[in-house]
Ligand binder design. Structure first.
Ligand SMILES: Cc1ncc(COP(=O)(O)O)c(C=O)c1O
Length: 482
């Protein structure tokens, strides 16, 4: 037997060892791609190693041969394998930069052209964008005819399944993918559910202060907003009942109240769910930034304890970036038909290739690795802002540094003159929202909602120092003028 044939057979035997398919991933080619990709990235298949023929590997794994061909093409676009003319496919001699966790300070990040402390901005990791681009190219190139049509109005089953796994593992929400709708972000999901479930003029409790974009969304759907105050335990349910016991819904941010940062207490959660049951009302749970928790175990979402009343809204806008325009809604089983019916009459779903590409990255663990890398970076950013404000503005700014999320709230002392916050913001040259923008009923001192997720740590610390300096100047000038 010629020497080269013996060698290649021996290599094929070695290859049989490290590959195990994850049958939970949809599609044989995706299963093979994920298994080979991990084996290459983890170093189980050495650079320069020849991969078996598509026929040989198909036999070994018990899958269709064209699933292997498609997986090899996908690995090619990942830069993980290289074809050699007439000699088969080889593990790339030089692999792209690994995805392993890097020290937070070393991340090669593009900083968006906004000023600190703009909200809704995240750091974008170019290597993640490359992965997303490769996955969406692959999805477009390999689209089956039935993936090019209208499809299920709920969106990609692949992405819904990945979201269901994520929610069960991280948020305590157990739901079937049939109850999930993929939407273009939280506001889209909220509008969709309001259109499907409420009538114009229906009363909706709204946290005060609360999230301005959701307030506008509710306002433009014709809902009647009922401002309900927030205290150190979250929305004050008794105040909501006094204002309008028969409201049809409540919009809340229980894991990390926007903008105060308060986590709703268990007693308050139970009171809210009890009210919703008695009033036959819905709760819109906006769980917008739970991916980034810096201390303690993840809080169970409200939908994890009262699923039959709660419509859960999640977004990839914080996990990845807002321009992706992908989010999801989990609807109680009894409401699915109504919401899906309304959805079919509207836009159906965001572009299918992007949904499936994102689901591929979730299935491959790329998104959870990204969150693991970003968490220390964002925690560092939070600490830099909190430390600079504490050092330079102790007398003029009161802080609530949150244990999760991507913004913090700094308030002026009681008695600060009207209009001072706006003046301070302008003088400091920062781009933040004011607490008064988020209030419906103006009460208590004004303050600054400081987004820290989109900026270099040094720039954040400098901006915090400027904010503190401006606050001192404006407040002492005001007290001199009194
Ligand atoms: C309270 C709150 N909800 C939801 C979102 C995300 O909205 P969307 O998914 O529509 O981008 C944000 C983003 O800043 C937010 O602050």
């Amino acid at each position: 037997m010629p020497k080269s044939a013996t060698t290649s057979r021996r290599r094929n035997v070695v290859l049989a060892l490290p590959i195990r398919l994850d049958r939970a991933i949809r599609g044989q080619s995706q299963q093979v791609h994920a298994a080979l990709r991990s084996a290459i990235v983890d170093g189980l298949l050495a650079p320069g190693l020849r991969l078996p023929s598509s026929r040989g590997l198909a036999e070994q794994l018990g899958v269709r041969r064209n699933a292997i061909v498609a997986a090899y093409e996908a690995l090619l676009s990942d830069g993980l394998v290289e074809p050699r003319h007439g000699a088969g496919t080889y593990v790339a001699a030089e692999l792209p930069a690994p995805q392993a966790a890097a020290p937070a300070a070393d991340l090669d990040i593009r900083i968006p052209a906004r000023r600190p402390f703009a909200l809704g901005v995240t750091l974008v990791d170019p290597s993640l964008l490359k992965r997303l681009a490769a996955a969406s190219r692959r999805r477009i190139a390999q689209a089956a005819p039935d993936e090019l049509g209208y499809g299920d109005p709920r969106g990609s089953l692949h992405l819904r399944t990945q979201v269901a796994h994520y929610l069960a593992a991280n948020r305590g929400v157990r739901c079937d993918p049939s109850c999930i709708l993929i939407v273009s972000g939280t506001q889209h999901g909220l509008r969709l559910c309001i259109d499907a479930l409420l009538a114009p003029g229906d009363a909706v409790w709204f946290e005060d202060p609360g999230y301005v974009a959701s307030r506008h969304t509710l306002g433009t759907t014709g809902a009647k907003l009922v401002p309900v105050p927030v205290d150190g335990e979250g929305i004050v349910v008794s105040a909501g009942e006094s204002a309008d016991r028969k409201a049809r819904a409540a919009y809340v941010t229980p894991s990390h109240q926007f903008p105060t940062g308060v986590a709703m207490s268990m007693a308050r959660r139970i009171a809210l769910l009890d009210w919703a049951r008695r009033a036959d009302a819905y709760i819109f749970e906006d769980d917008y930034d739970s991916e980034y928790r810096f201390a303690g175990p993840p809080l169970t979402a409200l939908a994890g304890i009262g699923a039959e009343r709660v419509i859960y809204l999640g977004t990839f806008g914080k996990t990845l970036f807002a321009g992706l325009r992908l989010g999801y809604v989990v609807v109680p089983p009894a409401l699915v038909a109504r919401v899906v019916g309304a959805r079919a009459a509207q836009d159906r779903f965001p572009p299918v290739f992007m949904q499936d590409a994102l689901a591929d990255l979730m299935a491959d663990g790329v998104i959870s690795a990204h969150m693991r890398r970003m968490r220390p970076r964002y925690r560092q950013a939070r600490d830099a802002v909190a430390e600079a404000l504490a050092r330079h503005g102790r007398d003029v700014l009161q802080l609530a540094a949150p244990s999760q999320g991507l913004h913090l709230l700094a308030t002026l002392p009681p008695g600060a003159p009207k209009g001072a916050a706006r003046l301070i913001r302008d003088r400091a040259g920062v781009e933040c929202r004011l607490l008064s923008d988020a209030r419906i009923v103006q009460r208590g001192p004004d303050g600054f909602i400081l987004g820290y997720s989109g900026f270099a740590t040094r720039d954040l610390a400098n901006a915090a120092r400027e904010l503190a300096r401006a606050a001192k100047e404006v407040l002492s000038a005001a007290s001199r003028g009194r």
